[in-house]
Design a protein around this ligand. Sequence first.
Ligand code: GLP
Length: 262
Amino acid sequence: MEILVSPGPDETAARAADAVLRGLARAVDRPPVLGLATGSSPLGLYRQLGRAVADGRADFSDAYGVALDEYVGLPPGHPEGYRQVLLREVCGVIGLAPEHLEVPDGSSARAADLERAAVAYEERIASLGGVDVQVLGIGANGHLGFNEPGSALASRTRVKRLSARTRRDNARFFTGLDDVPTHCLTQGLGTILDARRLVLVATGDAKADAVAAALEGPLTASVPASVLQWHPDTVVCLDEAAAAGLRNRQYYDDSAAGLPTA
Ligand code: GLP
């Protein structure tokens, strides 16, 4: 794991954008596929990617965007459904074509429809050639996508129940807790691990415990983000506040400095 700690959220976003662009540059002879997370954590990163497009350093006009997750049971077009959120916060910002945005279809609340949508989503990701770079945030309870504590480490896209904590955390986007969906469709931890590169962004002290547990605790379903430890190409971009619980901090800083110049 490459663990990069920056003084504040802006530098964190810039380093994450750099890690994303370096990862996408490896996609040759086919359109790059960028895995997209919702939430406040990656917003600065998306703005940085937008800046790179404006400067001519990046071009997402033929890229595909693949969402991590979607709520179950929200009507199509609901402003807090993740398709709409990603259209607003990513497509418009980085110039990704709306018809190149893939989001699991959670519009039905029937189990059989959702099972079909989950299988179709896995097939769609495979047909795109897999995800080149998956952007990730982390829930305060250590969730990744909507893989709540207890999620199988090899899980694939499926329906999950949202935890009480996650529903409370996300109630700010709805008129009240009762309006927050109880279930979601989410890429599994196994699906996420298939991406060629993972880039996690976390800022602020509310994430410090989850970050420390994920990066330095045991690999366990109780902390879904601990699967980052299993992936061969993970870049973790933190600000000082989110890194505050890390014990091996000096080593990460030394490693980030790179090889001595001869
Ligand atoms: C949401 C998303 C996650 C996201 C997390 C953290 O519920 N499903 O993908 O990483 O919660 O959100 P935030 O970045 O706003 O703290």
